[in-house]
Design a protein around this ligand. Structure first.
Ligand code: BES
Ligand code: MN
Ligand code: ZN
Length: 492
């Protein structure tokens, strides 16, 4: 997709489609009024007749319009300004693209001045979200179907705004974010028999191949054993798929301390010997979405080349039952030296992450954020709207919360009080891997916190936000790539 920023009036542009935004009760902004005048009052006529009300998300595509160079006019309802929040703007942008993507329209132009947001967002902010959601709206997963989906006609979007420089920069960031999210969605949507730990390592190889700022380290099981990562290895022990620890270093800022991202990459989570129930088990192919979001963010960095140092780590294993699989009650030694009693082999994410979180100490991180589909309890606590956020550093938590708001990809802060730690006590090892039913998301983070004491660390539980379950929408969402992108760009 080509995005263009211009300060020319819409009425002067010769495109396949011009967009007029219509507010609640048919209110027209300045640009829409110009279009209406040029089109001899067509828009106001349609509104007067009651055929278009301007309700949020409503769209109407009109064919060849007299008085305009463009061959089509698209009306898009923006609703009441005081109800148009960031998330609704995101849906509006997606709805706009969805309403035209199936047709013959190749080029579209719109003026962002006519959309007023509840939280007073400027045109650069709107442009960024528009570009991001254009790319994500055009995504489809057809790689595993025998027939490829038809190519789409849409290839150019022009944004009219006075501050063209700011809008142009924002469009580039938004586009990179959208394409990065699509990388994440694609890896998430791939089935477990294709997207294995070794496959993820191959994808990382492809990623760094043509990027001078990136280097790759892939550890195999022997190398991990040499480092003492027996906790992570215990998870992949019952699988025929070998585990991999994948590290991509992105250097955009000399020898500054890096920001480290660690993704849970359980390419299939059967639960292991603590086997999950059959219904919906297929969705545990999405249990590597944390890792996929790290890959997505690395893709964004590759596109934008910001002046920041980032280390992206993918901890990739498959969790399967077998005669040689880890059993409840087994005790393993972590890379840190701490011992863990594995009371439930389905609480495997933390077992994988703890060793990765010890491994990354060698990078002397400025901050560390792990991203994981860690607990079903997080879905109970926050549903599918917010990512769970827990941290050993309130400033870092505030920073990530703010990034989520700015990127319209929100997280919510849960407590990590020391009182919760007692739920992890074990009679037989230093720590148990489960803490009982109460506060399951918090006790999972408590477990991780035992391995992150030496640096500023935050944990994002994306169990509720990483994918849509069931229905036509079923599939990976790409979250929290926008949040993480915003976070890293704020460090430049
Ligand atoms: N990958 C799951 C968490 C999960 C479940 C995410 C459903 C999204 C949807 C994780 O490995 C897991 O199984 N967690 C257990 C922990 C429990 C055994 C303490 C859970 O949440 O039930
Ligand atoms: Mn599990
Ligand atoms: Zn899992």
């Amino acid at each position: 997709m080509q995005f263009i920023a211009t300060n020319q009036a819409l009425t002067e542009l010769k495109k396949d489609c011009l967009v007029a935004f219509v507010g609640a009760d048919g209110e027209l902004g300045a640009a829409a009024q110009q279009l209406d005048q040029a089109a001899n009052g067509l828009i106001s006529k349609i509104i007067d007749q009651g055929d278009f009300t301007g309700k949020q998300g409503q769209t109407l595509l009109l064919p060849v319009v007299d008085g305009l160079d463009a061959s089509r006019l698209l009306l898009v309802g923006t609703g009441k300004a005081d109800e148009l929040n960031d998330g609704k703007f995101r849906s509006l942008a997606t709805g706009l693209i969805n309403s035209i993507k199936g047709g013959k329209i190749a080029s579209v132009a719109l003026n962002l001045d006519d959309i007023e947001l509840k939280d007073g967002r400027d045109n650069a902010w709107k442009a960024r979200l528009l570009a991001e959601n254009t790319e994500t709206a055009l995504y489809s997963f057809d790689q595993m179907k025998s027939k490829e989906a038809e190519a789409l006609a849409l290839n150019e979007i022009t944004v009219v705004s006075q501050d063209t420089a700011a809008v142009e920069a924002a469009l580039a960031i938004g586009q990179a974010t959208g394409l990065g999210s699509n990388v994440t969605r694609n890896l998430g949507n791939l089935p477990g028999n294709v997207c294995t730990p070794v496959f993820l390592a191959e994808q990382a190889e492809l990623l760094v191949e043509d990027c001078d700022e990136m280097t790759l380290i892939v550890l195999d099981e022997d190398q991990m054993a040499d480092l003492g990562m027996h906790c992570m290895l215990s998870v992949g022990q019952g699988s025929v798929q070998p585990s991999r620890l994948i590290t991509v270093e992105y250097k955009g800022a000399g020898d500054e301390q890096p920001h480290v991202l660690v993704g849970k990459g359980v390419t299939f989570d059967s639960g292991g010997i603590s086997l999950k129930p059959g219904a919906g088990m297929d969705e545990m192919k999405f249990d590597m979405c944390g890792a996929a979001s790290v890959m997505g963010v690395l893709q964004v960095l590759k596109a934008l080349k910001p002046k920041v140092n980032v280390v992206g780590v993918v901890a990739a294993v498959e969790n399967m039952p077998a005669g040689n699989a880890t059993k409840p009650g087994d005790i393993v030694t972590t890379m840190s030296g701490k011992t863990v009693e594995i009371l439930n082999t389905d609480a495997e994410g933390r077992l994988v992450l703890c060793d990765a979180l010890t491994y990354i100490e060698r990078f002397n991180p400025a901050t560390v954020v792990d991203i994981a589909t860690l607990t079903g309890a997080c879905i109970i606590a926050l549903g599918h709207q917010a990512t769970g956020l827990l941290s050993n550093d309130d400033d870092l938590a505030a920073d990530l919360l703010a990034s989520g708001i700015e990127a319209a990809d929100r997280a919510w802060h849960l407590p990590l009080w020391s009182e919760y730690q007692q739920q992890l006590e074990s009679n037989f090892a230093d720590i148990a891997n489960i803490g009982g039913r109460p506060a399951g998301t918090i006790t999972a983070a408590c477990f991780l916190s035992r391995f992150t004491e030496d640096y500023r660390w935050a944990h994002l539980d994306i169990a509720g936000t990483a994918w849509h379950s069931g229905g036509k929408e079923k599939g990976a969402t790409g979250r929290p790539v926008p949040l993480l992108t915003q976070y890293l760009l704020s460090k430049v």
